[in-house]
Design a protein around this ligand. Structure first.
Ligand SMILES: Cc1cc2nc3c(=O)[nH]c(=O)nc-3n(C[C@H](O)[C@H](O)[C@H](O)COP(=O)(O)O)c2cc1C
Length: 441
């Protein structure tokens, strides 16, 4: 029997126009209503996925990039994922949901209370996807910290959120209907936190979790991939949303970094589930795979336009006006643009390469069988998933796509039965909530 793995879904556009830029949009679902998401969440639960992570960015972007971010709906509009979450819980029984929370802008007391409430409402199925983006600071009148300081702040935020969750000692809830004493105030911790970034007093005004130790806490998810991001995961996270090349060596190296950070903090590395972002493209035959890969070397104008829009969002620079036949002038990128994003576009290409070639390379698909991409038959994709479980000790994968029935079915319809047949994907849940599900294997 192959190794069981955990699977999730990252709904990478966030609570925005699902399906936009694809014909899927013409199904006519209302993206600003809950039914579309409820329908998809039910399918994910039926498919045996453990959790759904909802991307978010609070800001529509800086003034000079508003058109860039809204015209393809890749950056905005977005509604608040925290408010969508209870609708998803209402439609499901086992699926965990982790909305994104920015540790820089949510006051820790407010976040601790909201997530405590969601944990109770969902019967222990909520997670927090903790991010450190600083670009929305201007909407809150707070200073924009640099990358590492934003992580320092997030570490302190996480510490104090946990302290708030545990500010009611065991036995604080009495619920004695003879005396009508509901709780014992002497068991509440009116602590005073005076840190570098936050000053606040406890205790939290919420019902404590009625599971022992930390086992009732909401699940902490993190996506940061820098050294600081991986250390944050090692210190704090139950699930890491990992973005890395999908080969045995890269997965082992990524896991080792998080495990080392966990050990340095005295945590058991085996308690962290590291799930790699994966978007398989499943085809019916080897011939079809070959055709698709070959055709991707010649994108249509519309396909190329979508690549340019996406790369413009990723590099925070409008590239649509650049000549496609000239080499890319790196001077177009401001100082603030992530070197990783520029590197992702430029890759290892010769500096004289025309821009069109760089975009075509981004569009190009590859075969899963030779490690050049994610196109394969269901057998080939399942072989790949199984091999990374066996050889890299992989904990599992997060599929990435809009939360739209067409996207969900495209990725999962054929894969779910095949993974179940091999004993890699669960067919039932225990009923103890998200943390318990993640600890099932
Ligand atoms: C797979 C993945 C998903 C992310 N999702 C979000 C998100 O939903 N919202 C957000 O503000 N940042 C998101 N980020 C950005 C990270 O939170 C973080 O701000 C950024 O990656 C910088 O951290 P790093 O340098 O450690 O990677 C994501 C990053 C990755 C790799």
């Amino acid at each position: 029997m192959a190794r069981m793995q955990h699977f999730g879904w990252f709904f990478g556009r966030g609570f925005g126009p699902q399906g936009w830029l694809r014909d899927d949009y013409l199904w006519g679902h209302r993206w600003d209503r809950p039914q579309l998401y409820q329908q998809s969440a039910k399918e994910l639960e039926q498919a045996g996925l453990d959790l759904l992570i909802v991307e978010d960015s609070i800001s529509p972007g800086p003034a000079e990039q508003l058109d860039l971010r809204v015209r393809s709906a890749l950056g905005a509009p977005k509604l608040d994922p925290l408010l969508l979450t209870p609708y998803l819980f209402a439609a499901t029984t086992h699926l965990g949901v982790a909305p994104t929370v920015n540790a820089g802008v949510y006051p820790p007391y407010l976040a601790a209370r909201q997530f405590s409430t969601l944990q109770h409402l969902s019967d222990y199925r909520v997670g927090l996807n903790v991010v450190t983006d600083v670009k929305s600071s201007r909407h809150f009148g707070i200073p924009e910290l640099d990358h590492d300081k934003a992580y320092d702040r997030a570490e302190e935020w996480m510490h104090v959120v946990r302290q708030l969750w545990h500010s009611w000692a065991d036995g604080a809830i009495v619920e004695d209907t003879d005396t009508w004493r509901y709780a014992d105030g002497s068991k509440l911790d009116a602590f005073q936190h005076r840190g570098e970034y936050f000053e606040l007093d406890g205790p939290l005004n919420a019902l404590p979790f009625d599971k022992p130790g930390n086992s009732g806490d909401p699940v902490i998810v993190s996506p940061g991939g820098s050294g600081r991001g991986l250390a944050f995961a090692g210190h704090n996270s139950d699930v890491q949303l990992a973005l890395a090349p999908l080969d045995v060596e890269s997965i082992r190296a990524y896991r080792a970094k998080i495990h080392a950070a966990a050990e340095a903090e005295g945590r058991d590395p085996a308690s962290i589930r590291i799930l790699f972002v994966f978007t398989p493209e499943i085809v019916s035959s080897d011939d079809e795979a070959e055709r698709l890969v070959r055709a991707s070397a010649h994108p249509s104008d519309a396909d190329l336009h979508e690549v340019i829009e996406r790369q413009s969002i990723i590099t925070e620079t409008d590239l649509t006006g650049q000549s496609l036949d000239a080499p890319l002038d790196l001077g177009v990128f401001g100082q603030h643009v992530s070197k990783g994003s520029i590197g992702g576009l430029v890759g290892k290409h010769d500096p004289e390469t025309p821009l069109r070639e760089l975009f075509i390379a981004k569009y190009r698909k590859g075969r899963i069988t030779d490690g050049s991409g994610s196109v394969g038959t269901v057998t080939q994709v399942a072989d790949f998933v199984e091999r990374l479980g066996e050889e890299a000790g992989n904990d599992g994968f997060i599929f990435n796509g809009d939360l739209h029935p067409a996207t969900v079915h495209r990725i999962l319809d054929r894969l779910v039965p095949e993974l179940r047949r091999r004993g890699i994907l669960r067919s039932e849940f225990g009923g103890g909530g998200l943390r318990a599900n993640l600890n099932d294997f």
